[in-house]
Ligand binder design. Structure first.
Ligand SMILES: O=C(O)CCC(=O)C(=O)O
Ligand SMILES: [Fe+2]
Length: 413
């Protein structure tokens, strides 16, 4: 930890606040802003990503887009992004001395796992990406602690290489003046919040998101609107050779529970004979070792959200856990057989899970934290958290619809 902080201070020194004066006239318009996001903001976004991500657009890359959150009944998770997007836009316009308004073109949480990398490129290097004028990369976890490899490099100019550290933000123009690459990840999972901005209002992401939100939220009864609903199963299906779409691989929801030491059980008879798409929408129970928690989650995504909420809020939940009643059952041999059968459907390559999600020490990331009372407390605390966000989005949506823009609405208490 000390070593990392030392490295971080060195990076700040190297990059220096002087970089913040760089503007559009420079040969390589770019800026690195240390500690722009708070540790709490980084952790909340990590929770959202780890409990909602799908397979990404490149091998060994996972992503959570805002439209995916809307489509999976998790629109309320947009709320934490809103103040961050606003602050990033203000900073970008200020640093690049923009005389015109910028629009967010695309927002995503993106994680890169072992084996992922990208060679030299500019971010507008395809005809369909020409509207991308600025890139903003917010680093949400730490080089050397959460992952290894994954250094960001610019081909020319200063700063030349960036060591990702949680909270730091890199902004650069998306054109040829900022050709860059990312080294291969050798261990762990590297997480960013990445946004592209455009001057072209016809590519404003908000217009599309508001329309999706209207379709999803307007006619829904609030009480049911925060329970997650999985997307189609291929969005969670990881296979080594994604192009071939072969059957060998794993379901990433299941895999993310597995690396934290959890399994799932589906009590319904014959579940094991179902195909993956059916399994994803069935109620599940959590398993650890030979124990089963007697609580039914509406589906695997619900269980995954609660476990990652527990990892995120773990210590804060300890006091709440004191008066919680926990019912834990011992698994019978027949139960174990059913669970193993399920496992064979959701994962046919266990080694691949470990290869992809790496083996960085998990202690500080909540990986080792486990006790059933804490998890039962997390079930209720997760519900309070999502209900609060859900109420907020329902209150704000009418204003967003009016302005076709997603922004912090000042509502009187
Ligand atoms: O994550 C990063 O540091 C940059 C990723 C990148 O270059 C891209 O997505 O185009
Ligand atoms: Fe890029």
């Amino acid at each position: 930890m000390d070593e990392i902080q030392k490295q971080k201070r060195e990076t700040e020194k190297k990059v220096g606040l002087g970089m913040c004066e760089v503007c559009c006239g420079s040969q390589h318009p770019r800026v690195m802003v240390p500690n722009f996001l708070s540790p709490e903001e980084c952790k909340e976004l990590e929770f959202i990503h780890k409990s909602s991500s799908t397979v990404g657009y490149r091998p060994n890359v996972f992503s959570t887009t805002l439209s995916h959150l809307i489509a999976t009944n998790s629109s309320h998770f947009l709320i934490p992004f809103i103040p961050i997007r606003e602050r990033l836009k203000d900073k970008l316009e200020e640093f690049f001395n923009c005389q015109y308004e910028l629009f967010v073109e695309f927002t995503a949480l993106i994680s890169w796992s072992r084996g992922a990398s990208i060679g030299w490129h500019s971010d507008d290097n395809r005809p369909y990406l020409k509207q991308r004028h600025f890139a903003v990369v917010c680093y949400l976890n730490n080089y050397g602690k959460d992952f290894n490899g994954g250094l960001f490099r610019f081909q020319d100019g200063q700063p030349m290489s960036i060591m990702p550290m949680a909270g730091d933000v890199l902004m650069y123009t998306a054109d040829q003046r900022n050709i860059h690459s990312v080294d291969e990840i050798t261990d762990g999972e590297r997480l960013t919040l990445t946004l592209w901005f455009t001057r072209d209002g016809s590519h404003d992401e908000d217009v599309k998101l508001v329309s999706l939100l209207s379709q999803h939220l307007l006619h829904k009864d609030m009480a049911a609107s925060y329970l997650p609903l999985p997307a189609s199963c291929d969005m969670y299906c990881f296979s080594q050779d994604q192009a071939s779409n072969d059957q060998f691989g794993f379901n990433i929801c299941w895999a993310r529970l597995h690396i934290l030491g959890y399994g799932i059980s589906i009590s319904e008879d014959g579940a094991c004979d179902s195909d993956v798409s059916e399994l994803l929408v069935k109620p599940v129970q959590l398993v650890r070792g030979d124990e089963l928690l007697d609580h039914e989650f509406v589906n695997i995504l619900h269980a995954l959200q609660v476990i990652h909420f527990y990892c995120w809020q773990g210590s804060a939940l300890k006091t709440k856990a004191l008066n919680v009643h926990t019912n834990v059952l011992k698994l019978s041999d027949k139960d174990k057989e059913k669970i193993n059968c399920l496992k064979s459907v959701l994962l046919n390559d266990e080694d691949l899970v470990l290869k992809v999600f790496g083996s960085m020490p998990l202690e500080e990331n909540g990986g080792i934290c486990f006790d059933w009372t804490g998890i039962v407390a997390a079930i209720a605390a997760w519900e309070d958290y999502v209900t609060k966000l859900s109420k907020q989005i329902h209150l704000e949506l009418p204003y967003w619809r009016m302005h076709e823009s997603i922004y912090t609405v000042q509502l009187d208490e």
